[in-house]
Design a protein around this ligand. Structure first.
Ligand SMILES: Cc1cc2nc3c(=O)[nH]c(=O)nc-3n(C[C@H](O)[C@H](O)[C@H](O)COP(=O)(O)O)c2cc1C
Length: 196
């Protein structure tokens, strides 16, 4: 059983957070821990028909974002539980700034800080546009510190027809980062048979 910690911060993209949480929890081979920031609750209300509690219902463990004594705040929790890493989806520029500066005040920030210092995988599915110089510098700093920075950026070469298609495709790219199998195909660059 693998363990993945999913942070949900207050950026736009809550339908993607729901897709990823349901996919991870529904596989049967991943124990899903989740931390929802206070701002994420506001964004869920703006973007989703479901409540934060409904979105979190599939997670196996939900941690209070204000509880800095919770397990994920400590490096030993990560090692003892053999965590596979942490994902922040969607990841706001506020959270990016906190992580890049090391000034972590919530459990979500502290857990991501621990992932970096203990060299566990940290995947940040960032969402903001346009990006300021401050955002770009913070993202570069986090990349250099070992985080994977994945903008929420679906490819159109797979001809998505629905929002659901785009969410599943992005979710599959996130699973790739953790070496988890899925059935969403990627770009196949092999030559095509052209009928004339
Ligand atoms: C509806 C809504 C959408 C937002 N979308 C974004 C976004 O896409 N990217 C971002 O960086 N901040 C966004 N914000 C602002 C963040 O929620 C705000 O900076 C917050 O303090 C982030 O806190 P957190 O990182 O602790 O969750 C949005 C806020 C609201 C209310």
């Amino acid at each position: 059983m693998r363990r993945i910690l999913v942070g949900v911060s207050g950026a736009s993209g809550m339908p993607l957070a729901g897709t990823v949480l349901r996919e991870l929890a529904g596989r049967g081979d991943v124990e899903v821990h989740c931390i929802l920031s206070a701002a994420a609750r506001t964004v869920i209300a703006a973007e989703c028909d479901e409540t934060p509690e409904e979105l979190l219902a599939c997670a196996h463990h939900v941690h209070d974002p204000e509880d800095l004594a919770a397990g994920p705040a400590s490096g030993s929790w990560w090692h003892d539980r053999r965590c596979s890493g942490m994902l922040v989806v969607p990841c706001s520029m506020g959270t990016v700034g906190a992580l890049a500066s090391g000034a972590t005040r919530t459990l979500l920030h502290r857990a991501a800080d621990v992932a970096l210092k203990e060299s566990f995988p940290l995947v940040l599915v960032v969402r903001e546009s346009p990006l300021s110089e401050i955002h770009l510098r913070n993202l570069l700093r986090l990349r250099k510190a070992g985080a994977v920075v994945m903008p929420f950026s679906p490819g159109f070469y797979l001809r998505p027809k629905t929002l659901e298609d785009m969410l599943r495709q992005t979710c599959a790219r996130i699973l790739d980062q953790f070496g988890l199998e899925h059935d969403v195909r990627g770009w196949d660059a092999s030559p095509r048979t052209v009928t004339v």
